[in-house]
Design a protein. Structure first.
Length: 333
């Protein structure tokens, strides 16, 4: 046995044990003999497989950690979204004790993939996504979810230290909380939290809100109204034009009857979200051995700088730039 084999032994054993759990889960279902195809995962420990025959398919969600009952939350939020006329996967089978779930297959083409081949459709897709958010805001939800209060928003950027920086964050955290208290004090709207192009499935043969398939919403929470719009427009993985972003912001404001001070809220939420992402992506590289996320940091930093241009955030802008360096050599894996 090689040294590498010896070192990988525990991981192989863990994978084999997990595979037996999955096999047991599927054994008495209609999908036991369906062909399995691994799918690209996200930044979490969750794994996905597409189970299929020639003309049918479902998705196996495998969350071996299942922190805080993620699959249970996914199921509850999926039901809520569906009840509001939005497009979420149907829950077909669920073993919460094992962190396993079979869900409906909404399709294989996310927004990012579609737009790589059909860039002329960008406005159509992003307006459809914004329509889905507007529908979500008009709906009601009685789920017990976490709340993104200003204090929680400040705590969430703590991941910057020690992964992105070792500079003390107390002043930055204080200024961020003050800005959130001023412009984003209430957390009453359901936010799916990771509402971006790689978590949205484009379904061009459907109509209305059924064109936008929603995924990765197990961490949904109550947040200020602009949180998911900030996630969509300040995407770490792709850019949209300033003209389109402005068009979507104006459309969102008009359809929800928001005041012009919403723009300050959107800006501070974009800063909060992307400061956290700087820390998360650097942690993925340094701790979890996923260096590909480092390549996204310049865009994340650019989004932060763009939002900090809002006149209401001048003090926060100074604090961010005094505390953090741009993502170059200091954040190498």
């Amino acid at each position: 046995m090689t040294q590498s084999s010896f070192e990988n032994g525990p991981q192989v054993l863990e994978n084999n044990v997990r595979q037996r759990v999955i096999d047991q889960f599927l054994r008495d279902t209609a999908w036991a003999d369906w062909t399995r195809h691994p799918l690209a995962g996200d930044a979490s420990a969750r794994r996905y497989q597409r189970l299929g025959t020639r003309d049918q398919s479902v998705i196996l969600m495998d969350d071996p950690v299942n922190m805080g009952g993620a699959t249970e939350r996914f199921a509850k939020v999926a039901w809520m979204l569906t009840s509001q006329g939005l497009c979420a996967p149907e829950i077909l089978a669920h073993a919460p004790q094992d962190g396993l779930m079979i869900i409906g297959d909404l399709g294989s083409t996310d927004f990012a993939e579609w737009l790589r081949h059909h860039p002329q459709d960008q406005s159509t897709l992003y307006h459809a996504a914004t329509d889905a958010l507007i529908q979500l805001h008009h709906g009601t939800c009685d789920l017990k979810l976490a709340h993104l209060t200003p204090a929680v928003g400040g705590e969430m950027i703590g991941v910057l230290d020690p992964y992105y920086t070792q500079t003390p964050l107390a002043d930055l955290t204080e200024q961020l909380i003050l800005a959130l208290e001023e412009y984003a004090p209430t957390a009453k709207t359901v936010a799916l939290r990771d509402f971006h192009a790689e978590n949205l499935i484009w379904r061009p043969n459907e109509v209305g809100n059924q064109r936008v398939g929603l995924l990765d919403f197990q961490d949904a929470l109550y947040a200020p109204a602009g949180y998911d719009l900030a996630s969509l427009l300040r995407d770490a993985r792709r850019d949209i034009s300033n003209d389109l972003a402005e068009e979507l912001i104006s459309y969102f404001i008009a359809n929800l009857g928001l005041g012009q001070d919403f723009r300050a809220q959107l800006a501070v939420l974009g800063v909060q979200r992307n400061l956290r992402i700087l820390g998360i992506f650097t942690r993925l590289a340094k701790r979890d051995g996923k260096p590909r996320y480092l390549g996204l940091l310049p865009r994340v930093w650019s989004h932060i700088q763009e939002d900090l241009k809002h006149p209401a955030l001048r003090t926060l802008q100074e604090c961010v730039n005094d505390t953090l360096q741009p993502p170059t050599k200091p954040v190498s894996a």
